[in-house]
Design a protein around this ligand. Structure first.
Ligand SMILES: Cc1cc2nc3c(=O)[nH]c(=O)nc-3n(C[C@H](O)[C@H](O)[C@H](O)COP(=O)(O)O)c2cc1C
Length: 178
């Protein structure tokens, strides 16, 4: 698929077929993540592949907006060693998006579950919930979880309405590009 088709047709899918993702494809997704650029090439990330149903179910309860993980056969939890990079959020976000784009290119679908800055309940952060569940060390932060699988819903590609030309300036903020 052409790159532009991939980015135009990728949509967030939150319901998946009950069909495992082959290991070769999981490795491709991880390769896509490892091909990401990172600040000073510090590569602070660590990826946790989750394919156990019981753990996926527990992750689906991490916070509101994670429930799609209940049907996902696969999740990749994006974490990073905060002590290795002050811009671990940016580094990890790029890796997460590489995974989403590679997934779509490989015939899979995915969605992003935000964990950083989100709460599990009134008392516990979503990050602590995930940290405890997966045994993530203290110095590692949890950015997000990418839920992945074969789609059980069909979504149309993005239309031209996403091209918000009024959000583009030329040379000076507010001077229209178009
Ligand atoms: C930083 C970020 C956080 C997101 N958090 C969630 C989330 O917690 N749960 C969810 O279902 N989708 C989440 N999404 C997916 C967005 O809702 C989705 O990308 C957006 O609505 C656009 O739709 P599209 O992905 O189909 O283009 C998140 C996306 C981003 C980039």
């Amino acid at each position: 698929m052409e790159f532009f088709d991939v980015i135009r047709r990728r949509r967030s899918v939150r319901r998946f077929q009950n069909k495992p993702v082959p290991r070769e494809l999981v490795e491709k997704l991880l390769q896509a993540a490892f091909l990401s650029p990172s600040s000073f090439n510090r590569r602070p990330w660590h990826f946790i592949v989750v394919d156990e149903r019981e753990k996926l179910l527990a992750l689906s309860k991490a916070k509101l907006g994670a429930s799609g993980l209940a049907t996902a056969p696969l999740a990749i939890v994006i974490t990073a060693d905060e002590s290795r990079s002050d811009v671990w959020v940016e580094d990890s976000s790029i890796a997460a998006e590489h995974i989403q784009l590679a997934a779509f290119d490989l015939g899979l679908s995915s969605f992003w579950v935000q964990i950083r800055n989100r709460m599990h309940d009134e008392r516990r952060t979503a990050e602590d919930y995930v940290r405890e569940l997966l045994g993530i060390p203290e110095n590692y932060r949890v950015l997000c979880i990418i839920g992945i699988g074969y789609p059980a819903e069909n979504k149309p590609p993005h239309g031209d309405e996403v091209f918000e030309w009024d959000k583009v300036s030329l040379n000076r903020f507010g001077k229209p590009w178009k």
